[in-house]
Design a protein around this ligand. Structure first.
Ligand code: BGC
Length: 447
């Protein structure tokens, strides 16, 4: 394997840092924004969730363009959106402007959240695809960790504006790094630039035979199906759409962001009285998230996607049950912290990386952008739903009982995974596509 491909994947994965940073930063910043603007519960919810709405809009409306214009230039465009949005939020003089700035940042996140994994999946050698695409999830967790760190540091001086402003640095690095990236060879093939696709493959593969075979497989695929909008709902492709939407939605319904976004609040409620103490414990959660993702990277292509989903779901369930006991029965604040860490560990080895990985693996080339953008939009919509409803549900039935709802979705998710989700470990994107069109069952398209 050529080192270039790892470098290119790592650069594209920087988009994940922005995703993680800009979604995570709010959990600490909101405490201080509240103090400055005296938010009502409603405006609090809107400030927190405006980024999610932006991400929903960004992902929903960009898919077709990704297929037409290519992955690389779209990523550049998102880096610019991040920079503009970050400046807007940093200098926001009113709540309205702050919400608007967060919405703009959200559009960038929405687009980047699927284009980065998609690009990486299209340049990766198939036997490392799981690991390479998961670099993006690793960056997401690093971004979240950085956001918690920045939140902690600036909580000492009480400045939420500096918290937001720090997001500009990874955005600039991403923008500059993208100039080094080649176009995706698969996308080039799709738009008929076969010679260029071959030249790109020669920079990212070592073995000439492997290059010839990959060119041939891509060639067969790209000349076989011409794209139309209706293709997405064509009976074979519909399977991918259902699996993708399922993974995207279940990733959120298990409650990950209720716990991540509100970790400092949960800690404050469990007896950490100082804002900084609560944020500091959140930092510990971020560290576990990153470390566990590192553990997942080599396992994805070795054990496969489905075994990790089962293991992760089981660990998440244990974490939530512990969390319930810690809060409801024992009232022990450090037990709360540990339970949340167990839950995060489970997520980080399963639905965290695998959702983004499989969303881009299961669609045929000609509508990969569109298909994954729709699944991504569903992910952001469910993220928004969970974040918005979490506090109200917690108020209605109490915080510990809220976790049973997420437990329920873990059970449902595991069952549906067993029945319908395919194993895509070490199978080329072209084989998955051929299997789809040959009418195989959803769970068999990776065989
Ligand atoms: C999810 C995010 C979540 C993050 C946590 C991502 O895969 O899409 O919603 O905040 O993982 O690590």
């Amino acid at each position: 394997m050529k080192k270039h491909v790892l470098l290119f994947a790592s650069i594209a994965a920087l988009a994940g840092i922005l995703f993680g940073f800009d979604t995570g930063v709010i959990s600490g910043a909101i405490l201080f924004i509240n103090d400055e603007f005296h938010l009502t519960p409603l405006s609090n919810g809107v400030v927190t969730s405006s980024v999610l709405l932006g991400a929903f809009i960004g992902s929903l409306f960009s898919g077709r363009l990704t297929d037409i214009l290519g992955r690389k230039y779209f990523l550049m465009f998102t880096a610019i959106i991040f920079i503009v949005g970050t400046i807007m939020t940093t200098f926001a003089a009113s709540v309205g402007f702050l919400i608007f700035g967060r919405l703009v940042v959200g559009v960038g996140i929405g687009v980047a959240s699927y284009i980065a994994p998609l690009y990486i999946s299209e340049i990766s050698p198939m036997q490392y695809r799981g690991a390479f695409v998961t670099l993006n999830q690793l960056s997401i967790t690093i971004g979240i960790l950085l956001s918690f760190l920045v939140d902690y540091l600036f909580s000492l001086v009480g400045s939420w504006r500096w918290m937001f402003f720090c997001g500009i640095f990874p955005a600039i690095v991403l923008f500059l790094g993208l100039f080094l990236l080649p176009q995706s060879p698969r996308w080039l093939m799709h738009v008929g630039r076969e010679e260029k696709a071959k030249r790109v493959l020669m920079t990212i593969r070592t073995n000439p035979k492997e290059i010839e075979e990959e060119m041939q497989a891509m060639h067969d695929i790209s000349t076989m199906h011409k794209a139309t909008w209706k293709d997405l709902f064509e009976s074979n492709v519909r399977k991918s759409l259902y699996i993708g939407i399922f993974l995207a939605v279940i990733q959120q319904l298990v409650g990950i962001n209720a716990i991540l976004y509100y970790a400092p609040t949960i800690f404050e409620n469990s007896g950490f009285h100082q804002k900084t103490g609560a944020i500091l414990s959140g930092l510990g959660v971020g560290i576990v998230n990153t470390l566990a993702t590192i553990v997942a990277i080599p396992l994805l292509d070795r054990l496969g996607r489905k075994p990790l989903i089962y293991a992760g779901m089981g660990i998440m369930a244990i974490g939530l049950i512990f969390l319930f006991c810690a809060m409801e029965l024992f009232h022990a604040k450090y037990f709360v912290v540990w339970s949340i860490m167990i839950y995060i560990l489970g997520f980080a080895i399963s639905l965290g990386p695998i959702t983004w990985l499989m969303i881009v693996e299961i669609f045929p080339l000609h509508i990969r952008g569109l298909g994954s953008s729709i699944c991504t939009a569903c992910n952001w919509a469910s993220n928004w739903l969970v974040s918005l409803t979490f506090l109200s549900i917690a108020q209605a039935i109490s915080l510990p009982y809220t976790f049973f709802i997420y437990l329920f979705f873990i059970a449902v998710g595991t069952w549906i995974t067993f029945l319908y989700v395919p194993e895509t470990k070490c199978v080329s994107l072209e084989v998955i596509e051929n299997n789809l069109y040959s009418g195989k069952k959803a769970r068999d398209i990776g065989i």
